[in-house]
Design a protein around this ligand. Structure first.
Ligand code: MLT
Length: 441
């Protein structure tokens, strides 16, 4: 009996089966041989929401939720946030190594020269209502890009894949800025290739009539760090969506649009918008005890707290708190930070949260900084989606190169009605006959 295996005894049949154990997992298909009779389908796993199922092998991002560790390609997130730019980290996620200076120059030039949108895409965006939610605009326009680049459907061609990866990362910031300006009724600003990724994003967001936009270096750096923190997070809901849609060999624009749609949900990337609504509802630190009481009574959720994977402090939240202070030096202090800090202090001293290992996650503080920078809450998830595109595309690239992967198609436990036939009161005989005749014809 091999060491890295286990024996399953089926007490329904008293038969035992040896199942290999690999990387702390067993293959679900190895359970299929466990049957009660020859025509039994065989054993399956049942795991709603994938609470304990690994759907792929990945070398991109490592998380130790108990220790609060997050690493991209082996680099700790705080090391990357301190020492790298967002585009360097996007390269790392996609290529597995940090770029050399030559590779970085080439990569930055490639991205910079693909930030422009086709004029028809701008006309498409003009079609949205004046108050369209920017996430809806982003998801729809990402999908629409699929019609601008039909070659993207050749997903098995690595060179074609690489061209779309560059286009999507480059255009995410432009799509986001145009969604923002559309709501303000302001004209779209063309990209400025002299600027860095985050500076150019600020240019397309906030340039007015001045001939050249000059970005605050503090805010540009803060945006870059926020982009690094949100770039990837292994098999979260939106990346899983990217993999599922990608597994059907759909083109990456449509797959990214689906991933962005998943991210827009309040239980996923939309949580940062919800946190700000919650802080507005609390209104002042003196109202926190009453709010916490309602949370503990199960009446309301404490948004931005708790995580499927982290049973410790989300390392991204720690870094975001540090960035907040730097941003406030430029923008002025967002008073909501004091409510948030007090809420965190009280929650982390309260057994209810400690026992449930509920700690602030990446969404708890990010909205407060975005608001200080001048963004409306509707834009918060868009700011999450811009850098997350690098993570989605890295997951997609890995999927397309993974021999284990096939189209995603889970099974189900059927709990519905057994076979039955259509019955009609009083017309039983006739209907049946008529029906039978029709069918056969
Ligand atoms: C994320 O970064 O995607 C969120 O923290 C959610 C997750 O990882 O499940």
């Amino acid at each position: 009996m091999a060491n890295d295996s286990m024996t399953i005894t089926d007490h329904r049949t008293d038969k035992s089966y040896e199942v290999p154990v690999e990387c702390g997992t067993i293959r679900a298909m190895d359970l299929r041989k466990i049957k009660t009779s020859p025509d039994d389908f065989g054993l399956m796993t049942y795991d709603p929401a994938f609470m304990n199922t690994a759907c792929c092998k990945s070398s991109i991002t490592f998380i130790d939720g108990d220790k609060g560790i997050l690493r991209y390609r082996g680099y700790d997130i705080d090391d990357l946030a301190e020492n790298c730019t967002y585009l360097e980290v996007a390269y790392l996620l996609l290529c597995g190594e940090l770029p050399t200076p030559e590779q970085q120059n080439k990569w930055v030039a490639e991205i910079t020269h693909h930030t422009m949108l086709h004029e028809s895409t701008k006309q498409f965006m003009d079609g949205f209502r004046y108050d369209a939610h920017p996430m809806g605009m982003l998801v729809s326009t990402l999908a629409a890009l699929s019609t601008v680049y039909p070659e993207a459907k050749q997903v098995l061609d690595p060179e074609v894949r690489q061209r779309q990866i560059v286009r999507i990362i480059a255009k995410m910031a432009t799509l986001a800025a145009y969604s923002y300006r559309h709501r303000l009724g302001q004209p779209y600003i063309y990209p400025d290739n002299d600027l860095s990724y985050s500076e150019n994003f600020m240019n397309m967001l906030w340039r007015m009539t001045e001939p050249k936009y000059v970005a605050s270096p503090v805010l540009a750096r803060a945006l870059d760090i926020l982009f690094i923190l949100h770039a990837d997070h292994e098999q979260n809901c939106s990346s899983t969506t990217m993999r599922v849609v990608g597994s059907a060999q759909a083109d990456p624009y449509l797959a990214c649009a689906a991933a962005a749609a998943a991210l827009s949900g309040p239980l996923h990337g939309g949580a940062n918008e919800e946190v700000l609504c919650m802080l507005d509802e609390i209104g002042s630190a003196k109202n926190i005890p009453a709010y916490i009481k309602r949370v503990k009574q199960g009446e309301i959720k404490l948004m931005g707290f708790g995580h499927r994977v982290y049973k410790n402090y989300d390392p991204r939240a720690t870094i975001i708190k540090q960035v907040a202070d730097q941003v406030f030096e430029v923008t002025g202090r967002n008073q909501k930070i004091d409510i948030a800090l007090e809420l965190e202090r009280i929650a982390l001293e309260d057994d209810y949260f400690v026992q449930r290992k509920l700690y602030p996650n990446v969404d708890f503080y990010s909205g407060i900084i975005y608001q200080a920078m001048g963004f409306q809450p509707e834009m918060f998830t868009v700011l999450f989606a811009i850098p997350r595109a690098a993570g989605w595309l890295a997951q997609w690239k890995e999927l397309m190169q993974d021999p284990d992967q096939k189209i995603s198609r889970p099974r189900q436990i059927f709990t519905g009605r057994e076979l039955r036939t259509v019955q009609r009161a009083g017309e039983h005989e006739n209907a049946k006959n008529v029906g039978r005749i029709l069918v056969h014809q």
